[in-house]
Every structure is written in C-alpha cells, then in structure tokens.
Design a protein around this ligand. Structure first.
Ligand code: SAH
Length: 248
C-alpha cells in the first residue's frame, strides 16, 4: 500500500517514518510512504501557501492552487488517482472500522490543513473528509499520523501477529481483555490464577468474559451492537453467574 501526505511540514512525519511498527513496515516495503512538501507546488518566490479570507474576518486560509497542482502531479506520477482524505474536524469521525476499510486502498493521499483550513474548493478532489475527534488541532499532520498508524495495523504483515489485531479493542465491537506479564506478584497484586493454569480453553473463556465485562461497563453502546457467537454466549453466562453471586 502507498500512503502520501501533502503538508507544509513534511519533517513532522519522521515521527512515523523513524519509530515503531510503521517505520519497520516502511523499511520492509510493506508500506510505501511519502510526505510531500506543499511549498514545492507554489509559484511565487516566497512559496506562499496561505492568504487572507474573502469576505474578511480573522485568520488565514490555505490556498487551493498548490493542492490542485500537487494532486495533478501525484496522479500523473502514479498513473492513477489516489483515494483522497481531507483531515478536518468537520468530517465523519474516524474509528477502527474506517481504518480497516481504508487499509484496502492501493494508494491514499492525506491533505493536511493549517490556519483556518483549506479553501472550500478543495472538496472537488476529496473522496473522504475525516476527523479524529470533536476537538480542534492546529494542523492536519498529527491527525493524519494517527489515522495512518491505525490503518497500517490492518495491512497484512505490518503487525507481526494478526491475532493481536483481531483481539484488539473495537475489532468485534468489544474492548480488549486485560493483559498481564511478569512478575507474578508485585506489591501484593497477583496475576489471575487462571492465566497460570496452562488450560487454554479456560483462559480463552476467561479472556472473553473479561472483554465482555469491560465492554458492558465502559461501552454499553458497543456491547449492544455486538453479535454474540457460541463462545461469547458461554462467557456471558459465566459473567452473569459471577455478577449475580457477587464474585468478580
Ligand atoms: N476552522 C476550522 C479548523 C481549522 S484547524 C474549523 O473550525 O472547522 C486547521 C487544520 O487542522 C484543519 O484544516 C485540519 O486539517 C486539521 N484539524 C483540526 N482539527 C482536526 C480534527 N479534529 N481532525 C482532523 N483534522 C483536524
């Protein structure tokens, strides 16, 4: 998969190119990544990307022309149109399902705004407008990086163990189960006994039960959406029994 971003701060993207799971995927060629400097598509000597708003008022607006020029260049070089995502607090709110859906595209282009945002005519080249939550950032770069990291987890081979993606929170409208590692006891806090039992079936049931418990307590909206399979039903009965007997 190829991921491009258009930004006035391409160097910010070293956060993903130099660190962690994504940097490895890029080095291994599972993701082709490029941060393109919007200023390379300006024509004046000051390489201007913003201007005053028509109609007056506060703030500056990003000019649409450099975005159009850069987009045309990207289409020409790749001989295909990328799927264009505009980062914006006004878009649909990004989530894990959207991340999974986006991971199926061959090429995604993220457009990063600054100041008051980009001239509205940008929408003529946009396929999807996405927000990372109901708050306002000063630029689209961090939002794009957040989305790129979540999307990349669904690209085959990026996360070594696909099981861990399937068990992650939200994958099946459930939150993840609690995790423990060594030591077995610390400050009087023990690891649940079942995890030391070596009984894989019991462990699976316990984890499912805890995943259901958390989702019910913390995210009833997800819990009600979840489709229960046979294993879920078994775990749910166990959970109800525990809750009714007051044992946790
Ligand atoms: N005036 C705009 C906000 C501009 S913020 C408004 O009120 O809608 C500047 C840029 O930051 C935006 O163009 C967008 O690229 C990015 N941005 C800000 N908040 C964001 C969010 N919640 N999700 C995604 N991108 C965001």
């Amino acid at each position: 998969m190829k991921i491009s971003v258009l930004t006035i701060f391409p160097k910010m993207f070293s956060v993903i190119t130099d660190w962690g799971v994504i940097s490895r995927a890029i080095k291994e060629g599972k993701i082709v990544f490029e941060a393109i400097d919007l200023r390379d598509f300006t024509t004046d000597k000051h390489r201007t990307t913003d201007d005053y708003p028509y109609g007056g008022g506060s703030g500056l607006v990003m000019k649409v022309d450099p975005f159009f020029k850069a987009y045309d260049h990207i289409v020409e070089v790749n001989e295909a149109k990328p799927y264009v995502v505009l980062t914006s607090p006004q878009g649909r709110v990004f989530n894990n399902n959207i991340a999974k859906e986006l991971s199926t595209h061959d090429h995604i282009l993220f457009l990063c705004g600054r100041y008051e945002g980009i001239d509205e005519r940008i929408t003529t080249i946009v396929d999807d407008e996405l927000s990372i939550g109901d708050f306002v950032l000063s630029g689209g770069e961090l939002a794009a990086m957040v989305m790129i990291e979540a999307i990349s987890r669904f690209i085959p081979g990026v996360v070594g163990d696909t099981d861990s993606v399937v068990n992650d929170s939200f994958y099946n409208d459930l939150l993840d189960y609690p995790h423990y590692t060594r030591p077995r006891t610390i400050r009087g806090l023990d690891v649940p006994e079942v995890l030391l039992s070596g009984d894989h079936e019991r462990i699976e049931l316990y984890r499912k039960k805890e995943s259901l418990r958390r989702t019910m307590e913390r995210r009833p909206d997800l819990f009600l959406k979840h489709e229960f399979d046979e294993m879920d039903k078994k775990a749910l009965l166990l959970l109800f029994k525990e809750l009714m007997s007051g044992v946790e």
